[in-house]
Design a protein around this ligand. Structure first.
Ligand code: UDP
Length: 241
């Protein structure tokens, strides 16, 4: 099955390698490409917000299963997905690709000190990248204004780390304008990439408890995580039907 529907969101059922190969092809061809990496929180948010659901199912070119919750839900619904494909893994792979190929990269999102640290890391470790823009995520301008600013720099890759649904709203504008770039919403990836936030140690990742590690480190996430039991409940309901 090429698409797997989880509570209304159509995920692409591809392996990490398949996504990579297709993305390389589209970057080479300068095809406008909008990638969403969706976790259970995003699926639940889309179920509450029809505009957001429309962006996912009509504007995005790819939706990857970011999070073990999505993979488990698909399995429960007897439509298994090949594997988990996280935004962070795609982001770091694309940054390496950009470095090798001297691609033009625009970054928008995260706190000012974080985006600054990301810039420094790029200058130090990814000097092949042409950084055409680096903007923090706490601007007052409308998304249309920011979209125009991004377009003018003619990027090959655009990464937006503004949180959902704002990052997807911004990228949907660029995709509608047919910006010939690969664009992806990357949530908290700049925080991790810059070193401001540590990813869970391997052990926690392997036992799929990265979310628990992050919760303990940052208890303010608790409120956001309250949608997760609801997600599990909805998947059970869907299965019963
Ligand atoms: N963020 C931002 N502007 C805002 C609100 C959030 O740039 O107005 C950033 C925030 O600094 C963080 C990212 O958006 O770097 C989203 O982080 P979150 O923890 O929500 O990511 P996720 O858990 O979805 O990966």
């Amino acid at each position: 099955m090429s698409k797997v529907n989880v509570l209304g969101v159509d995920f692409d059922n591809k392996s990490f390698t398949q996504f990579k190969n297709e993305f390389v092809g589209r970057i080479n061809a300068h095809q406008s490409t909008f990638v969403v990496t969706a976790n259970p929180e995003i699926v639940m948010a889309a179920n509450e917000n029809p505009e957001f659901m429309k962006i996912l199912n009509f504007d995005a070119d790819y939706i990857t299963p970011d999070g073990i919750g999505i993979v488990k839900a698909a399995k429960m619904l007897h439509t298994p997905l090949k594997e988990r494909v996280t935004g962070y893994d795609l982001f770091t792979w694309l940054m390496k690709l950009a470095n090798e190929r001297n691609l033009r990269v625009y970054l928008i999102g995260a706190k000012p000190h974080v985006i600054h640290a990301v810039q420094e890391k790029i200058a130090r470790d990814y000097s092949g990248i042409q950084l055409v823009g680096a903007e923090d995520g706490y601007f007052n301008e409308d998304l249309e204004v920011m979209a125009y600013q991004i377009e003018r720099t003619e990027p090959d890759l655009v990464f937006a780390a503004l949180g959902s649904p704002r990052q997807e709203q911004l990228l949907a504008i660029l995709r509608k304008n047919l910006l010939p770039a690969l664009m992806m919403g990357v949530g908290g990836s700049f925080d991790v990439f810059s070193g401001a936030v540590k990813r869970a140690p391997q052990f926690w990742q392997q036992v799929h408890l990265e979310w628990f590690y992050r919760l303990v480190k940052n208890p303010s996430r608790f409120k956001r995580m309250m949608v997760l039991p609801k997600f599990v409940h909805e998947v059970h309901e869907e299965k019963r039907k």
